[in-house]
Design a protein around this ligand. Structure first.
Ligand code: CP
Ligand code: NVA
Length: 312
């Protein structure tokens, strides 16, 4: 359906609105079946999925492993250092070899380009488990959560407060634009999104009527927002910039005072892990606005949908 079998899942710019809606529908079905007691499905019985992690992960690696298991597939968790990749075997050769054993490869990489090379040489679907550029699996779970909480997409306003060059922001913009969710970004002017991602999102936004706006003032972005979203100030791999980014982003903390400016029924979202006391305060992430644990749970259901839809 919707030509997803065999497709890579690198960046949701490659997916149509129909394909994204199809994955969201399938995620909902997976969730319903899970809650109806159907934990084990036969969908991928006899299949295997290699999962390569170059960076730490709690949510993605556990939810992907459980997702594969519950669909009947064997998940194979690998850190790049324990593969021959860590001793200099090339990405193309790794891709060619793994493709002879497994039915899909998920990878969390430092450089998005490595995912593209992996996908170019693999003959099985390659799934982005986070790169420096994007985090599409998280965005899918986020929009499932938004729909569950708000019952619609079109006309919603999401305020993203923090790092304007964040990988999470990229994926939220790409999908939001396709679904008609407006994205208001509050960020220091020096932290800009990737140009081609922004251009792609702008193009889709024109069709759906979603707005994508930038401001340096958190209050301006959050005013009347339906969703307030933030992410860590220092992403994995940016450790050398940590001090400078913390200083630059200090005025962009999501605290109760800022949340008061959002819509009275606003929700707070964060992909996690959170750095409490930096980008978000305890009273927000533990407060009435927060949906972060439902959001985290939805990683499992959306990943089951992605694996089931992509693996032939
Ligand atoms: N949100 C997310 O991807 O978390 P992990 O880094 O723990 O996988
Ligand atoms: N922007 C964060 C997201 C973590 C899930 C990072 O890349 O570290």
């Amino acid at each position: 359906p919707h030509e997803l079998k065999g497709k890579d899942f690198l960046c949701l710019t490659d997916y149509s609105t129909e394909q994204i809606n199809f994955l969201l529908d399938l995620s909902r079905q997976m969730k319903e079946r899970f809650y109806a007691g159907e934990r084990m499905l036969d969908t991928l019985r006899g299949r295997s999925v290699a999962m390569i992690f170059e960076k730490p992960s709690t949510r993605t690696r556990v939810s992907l492993e459980v997702a594969a298991y519950q669909l009947g597939a064997l998940p194979i968790m690998l850190s790049s250092s324990e593969l021959q990749l860590g001793r200099g075997e090339s990405i193309p050769d790794t891709a060619r070899t793994l493709s002879r054993f497994v039915d899909a490869i998920a990878a969390r990489v430092r450089n998005h380009r490595d995912l593209e090379v992996l996908a170019q040489y693999a003959t099985v679907p390659v799934i982005n488990a986070l790169s420096d550029l994007s985090h599409p699996l998280q965005a899918l779970a986020d929009y499932l959560t938004i729909y569950e909480k708000k019952g619609k997409f079109s006309g919603l306003k999401l305020a993203f407060v923090g790092d304007g060059s964040d990988n999470m922001l990229h994926s939220l913009m790409v999908v939001g634009a396709k679904l008609g969710v407006s994205i208001y970004v509050a960020s220091p002017a020096s932290l800009k999104p990737n140009e081609s991602i922004l251009a792609a999102a702008m193009k889709d936004a024109e069709i759906t009527g979603a707005e994508i706006k930038f401001t340096e003032k958190p209050e301006e972005a959050v005013d009347g927002a339906d969703i307030v979203y933030t992410d860590v100030w220092v992403s994995m791999g940016q450790e050398s910039m940590a001090e400078a980014k913390r200083k630059l982003l200090a005025p962009y903390q999501v605290n109760a005072k800022l949340m008061e400016r959002a819509s009275s029924r606003a929700i707070f979202m964060h992909c996690l892990p959170a750095h409490r006391g930096e980008e978000v305060t305890d009273d927000v992430i533990d407060g009435p606005w927060s949906v972060v644990w439902d959001e985290a749970e939805n990683r499992l259901h959306t990943e089951k949908a992605v694996l089931a839809a992509l693996i032939p």
